[in-house]
Design a protein around this ligand. Structure first.
Ligand code: AMP
Ligand code: FES
Ligand code: ZN
Length: 297
């Protein structure tokens, strides 16, 4: 893990991931050991890994799988449901399954065609249905909190998209915890500080069988394009993605995002040497640099 300057063997890696997750859960005050967690499980590596980690940490975590009715030539929904059920069965975990078509009469692709949202792609309709049903089920079944498997790559890509549009409303709502409100379950993302490849490594090393394919409708999507752009940045500057996301969380926490501030100017005074404005207590940084250079010659 270049970003942490850390290399671990299999055994230590499999301990490190849950330890870090426990740390994030505490740091962002996601939930307590007494609370009941509903994990939204898609059959992909992230959400299955999340369920595995929370269970290993001793939390009371049940699963929720939503059948979306997506085939795409690879039997996507069928296969992801099978793998989710297999994981639940093998680990003796409780899984709720809800099929959108059985519940509402139409699958996601058909609902999308009917409503024409998302310009041909069903992703907008799908996202809407998932958010609606996850929240409804979490509340109806009395869970304290809803957990999803979003990782750092997901969160950084969303943040990147939001900052390209300077969508303040969306930016300010993004984060590891979305507090509960009237009728809305608290939502948490315990894996939001792990790189996608860290989750892949975890799932493989734990022997978790997950669906490798992305949703067939995701191909060519904007979020994949943003992920690729950030991956290029990450290759050139290891850790860039993490710094980008953590820097955002820090700025938001300190209240420095989107707040107009003129204080900087108020604190300036003339440098005693050159007379140009500076915020440094004595000489401005340019004069200090020159003084240092002269003294070292
Ligand atoms: P995605 O929006 O597909 O990137 O998925 C983000 C997270 O939403 C996953 O990590 C899961 O926690 C959850 N999720 C996605 N699809 C499903 C599904 N069909 N059933 C339950 N949870 C899902
Ligand atoms: Fe919903 Fe792809 S359209 S998972
Ligand atoms: Zn509604």
């Amino acid at each position: 893990m270049r970003q942490h300057k850390l290399a671990l063997c299999k055994d230590h890696y499999l301990e490190w991931i849950p330890e870090q997750t426990a740390r994030f859960i505490k740091k962002y005050e996601m939930f307590t050991p007494e609370e009941k967690i509903l994990v939204a499980v898609s059959g992909g590596k992230d959400s299955l890994a999340l369920w595995d980690i929370l269970t290993r940490l001793g939390y009371q975590a049940d699963g929720l799988y939503l059948g979306l009715g997506i085939d795409g030539g690879i039997n996507y929904s069928h296969e992801s449901q099978r793998l989710t059920e297999k994981f639940a069965y093998e680990n003796n975990l409780k899984l709720h399954v809800l099929d959108i078509e059985k519940e509402y009469g139409q699958s996601i692709p058909v609902l999308s065609e009917i409503s024409h949202r998302g310009h041909g792609r069903p992703c907008a309709v799908c996202g809407l249905a998932k958010r609606h049903e996850m929240n409804r089920i979490a509340r109806e079944l009395g869970y304290d909190v809803l957990a999803t498997g979003h990782n750092l790559d997901d969160e950084a890509a969303v943040l990147f998209g939001n900052t390209l549009r300077w969508s303040a409303e969306h930016i300010l709502r993004q984060g590891p915890v979305l507090p509960g409100a009237d009728g809305l379950a608290r939502k948490v993302k315990p894996l939001c500080r792990f790189y996608e490849r860290e989750m892949t490594a975890y799932s493989i090393l734990r022997g978790i069988e997950y669906i490798y394919e992305e949703c067939p409708f995701a191909e060519g999507s904007q979020s994949i394009f943003y992920k690729e752009a950030l991956n290029q940045l990450e290759t050139a500057r290891p850790g860039a993605k993490l710094i980008y996301y953590l820097g955002f969380l820090e700025a938001r926490k300190s209240g420095n995002l989107f707040v107009e501030k003129n204080e900087r100017h108020a604190q300036l005074h003339p440098c005693p040497k050159c007379g140009q404005p500076t915020s440094a207590p004595e000489l401005c940084s340019f004069c200090r640099m020159i003084e240092k250079a002269v003294s070292e010659v």
